[in-house]
Design a binder for this molecule. Sequence first.
Ligand code: SF4
Length: 80
Amino acid sequence: MDTCKLKPFCRFFKRKIPIHDVMYRTDLNRYCDGIPQTCAIYQVMEKAGFLEVPDDLLPNQSFRVQKILGGIHRTYAAKV
Ligand code: SF4
């Protein structure tokens, strides 16, 4: 169990993403005060910065992480 170091920068933690109270508390326990490294938002923030986190990304959506990071890398490559 751990507490997430990214809480001050996280839209989900600050409740800026609409979500049911029960789901919020469940994800808080599972990710923010549990195992943050398994959180989708954490993974994108760690690898690409908080500006690259989609507004609607939820902690349990790790299936979206590779696509988000892949899109960022393609954008960078196109600019070089
Ligand atoms: S674990 Fe995920 S949702 Fe929770 S504060 Fe960290 S980045 Fe945000």
